[in-house]
Design a protein around this ligand. Structure first.
Ligand SMILES: *Cc1c(COP(=O)(O)O)cnc(C)c1O
Length: 362
């Protein structure tokens, strides 16, 4: 049996380090925001090569509050990928704005810069690329378009902790990057967590106020804010795991290389990595016209796999009111019917990866 992802394995490897971090918070008597959260924010900002990090309760809130900090509201449009996790779209909708989907590059699954300009209208406020599966989106042409039209760029980095674009860590290319620390992410908590990194002091300041009831000074409320704070216990856990992130991402990259070599001669479409990209390998996604048969074959021999994602957002009941035609985004639909994510995680052994390859070859 090879699990898609063993969530317990990182904590077995870390052992007492995790327990000590949790005990430190329990014994501190400080359970909302405070020193542990501040320390994580400083360390994560530095890791992401960004000036500021503001932590929040989860990745969806990170996206939502970052858009609010950019003044996105009713009547505005935000350009999003047609083939992302629905959270990217929901954050836009939560602001009362409209997600405007743009199709991906077929080889990399990321937002196609050549299709963005046609989607820009006088209402467009933000371009929201997602670094899907841990592979950085092609940011330079997106940033050039944003400059040309006076738009802001918010990146969804929920799958890309540690990835690099043209040598620089994802974290401050655009105006802000939203992060999730959902347990299965490359940097995952023992529950929910999220953050925004940015070089813009105004964006950082506004999120800091919005996440804490619109308040800077206790019981003084500047705006109608939210309660969206990272738990200090999660911050303490994340500080321990952040120290291992590069080592764990390197192990993911080794697994990816083993897959790329071992599956090269098959008819599976394998991930393509542009020369300027250093992916975080959150997922290893292959594509095949008979995807369901392939998944059934793997399941039969005890190899776990998942589909990211089986239904594109425009076909979800959640967006039935938006009036998107069923066939409006053929690439997103094609991917939903053909992608399959193979087992991938920092504690996955070479033998396990070999067994997955053999199951695919059988
Ligand atoms: C996980 C994820 C999110 C949402 O994060 P949560 O912490 O679960 O709210 C947003 N966007 C993408 C691309 C994700 O993978």
């Amino acid at each position: 049996m090879i699990p898609f992802l063993d969530l317990k394995a990182p904590h077995v490897e870390l052992g007492e380090e995790i327990n000590d971090a949790i005990a430190r918070v329990v014994n501190s008597g400080w359970y909302i925001l405070g020193p542990e959260v501040d320390a994580f924010e400083t360390e994560f900002a530095s890791y992401c090569e960004a000036s500021y990090c503001v932590s929040v309760a989860n990745g969806l809130d990170a996206l939502h509050l970052a858009l609010r900090a950019m003044d996105v509201g009713s009547g505005d449009e935000v350009i999003v990928p047609s083939n992302t996790y629905i959270a990217t779209w929901l954050a836009v909708s939560q602001c009362g704005a409209m997600p405007v989907p743009v199709e991906p590059v077929k080889a990399t699954y990321n937002l196609d810069p050549d299709r963005i300009e046609a989607a820009i209208t006088p209402r467009t406020k933000v371009i929201l690329p997602v670094h899907l599966y841990g592979q950085p989106a092609d940011l330079d042409p997106i940033l050039a378009l944003a400059r040309k039209y006076g738009l802001r760029v918010l990146e969804d980095g929920a799958q890309a902790h540690g990835a690099r674009y043209k040598g620089q860590r994802i974290g401050s290319h655009g105006d802000a990057v939203a992060w999730s620390f959902y347990p299965g992410k490359n940097l995952g908590a023992l529950g929910d967590g999220g953050a925004v990194t940015t070089n813009d002091p105004k964006v950082a300041d506004r999120i800091r106020v919005l996440r804490n009831y619109g308040s800077r000074v206790k019981y003084v409320n500047e705006v109608q804010g939210y309660n969206s704070r990272l738990d200090p216990i999660q911050a303490a856990v994340l500080r321990v795991k952040l120290k291992r992130l590069d080592e764990w991402n390197a192990r993911r990259a080794a697994i990816a290389r083993q897959y790329l070599d071992g599956l090269a001669m098959t008819d599976l479409l394998l991930p393509e990595v542009p020369a300027w990209a250093q992916p975080a390998w959150h997922l290893f996604v292959v594509r095949h016209a008979q995807r369901d048969a392939l998944q059934a074959k793997l399941t039969e021999v005890g190899v776990g796999s998942l589909i990211h994602y089986p239904i594109p957002p425009h076909k979800q009941a959640a967006y039935s009111q938006a009036g998107f035609a069923h066939n409006a985004f053929p690439l997103a639909s094609l991917m939903a019917s053909e992608v399959l994510s193979l087992p991938m995680g920092p504690q996955q052994s070479e033998e396990q990866t070999r067994a997955v390859i053999e199951a695919c070859l059988a």
